[in-house]
Design a protein around this ligand. Sequence first.
Ligand code: ZN
Length: 336
Amino acid sequence: MSLTTSEYDSLLREYEQRQLDGEMDLRRRREEVTRDVPAIAEIEEQIVHGSVQAARLALAGNSSALDALSRTNDWLIQQKHQLLTGAGYPADYLDRRYVCPICKDTGTETVSQPDGSIVRRPCSCFRRAIIDRYYMDDGLRERLARENFTTFDLRFYSSKKIDEATGQTYREIAETALGDAKDYAARFGSEYRNLLISGYSGVGKTFLANCITGELLSRGFTVLYLSAFRLFEIFEHYRFGDRDASKQASLDFDNILDCDLLIVDDLGTEMSNSYTTSQLFVCLEERDREKKPTLITTNLTMDDLSKRYSERIASRLFQFRYIKLFADDIRIQSMI
Ligand SMILES: [Zn+2]
């Protein structure tokens, strides 16, 4: 499912509602406290009055009067906190509460740039809401709950079978892969790194990608999880779809470029052509320019990848951190 303009608007309306709810909630608490401790209303009024005066003095450039006033205001706030705690309320009981303190439930955050300019951009909570609502189907949600770092079971990997190229057992290789995936998730956000998880079908590649996804989602990152089939379908719609389909694909494309981690599952299983392949390159290139990581799982070997995709894509993929898994078919084993 994709995000249409009206769905986007409905999300915006939800944020407006969230702000109204927040104001109502504060009003309710204020009424409750005022009944209990009437003096607080007076102090609050003085604080508001003081803030207005402070703004005027700041405009007039009267810094000494401003200092005196801010000292008075600090004292008033302290008084308010004392009155609250004295009456058995938490000191911050009359503070406005937000679902997201970063954007104060507006969905937009304001960021100062190094050159001093200010830009407004969608808050990460808003981007997460979009991805959660329009890309995470129930199946994916359930899989993420089931497949995580605590349920990744090394016993499914043979401690007898040996990969001839490295001389390591399948289990040793899986242990390293699990460690690398944990390390990748732990460093995410502070270190820019792309990841390629490769291995035959049923060895646990998607499981490992799900472990990383769950971990990052719980830390507030936006993760967009797309099968390669779906990703290439978006590329096609972007180019050939009717007006509505291409408008949707364009919104999808924005999310593909914008999310903190893009996961492309099962690269190599899609129907590709020279156009979609070139779009994949655009996508990798653009994300790389913005230092936004991409995680790809694939059945293909490095050799297959360079045969199937253009040289420039292959050379990009060769720079990814590489995790390989070997196993007898895990899904078959776990069913037994
Ligand atoms: Zn927010």
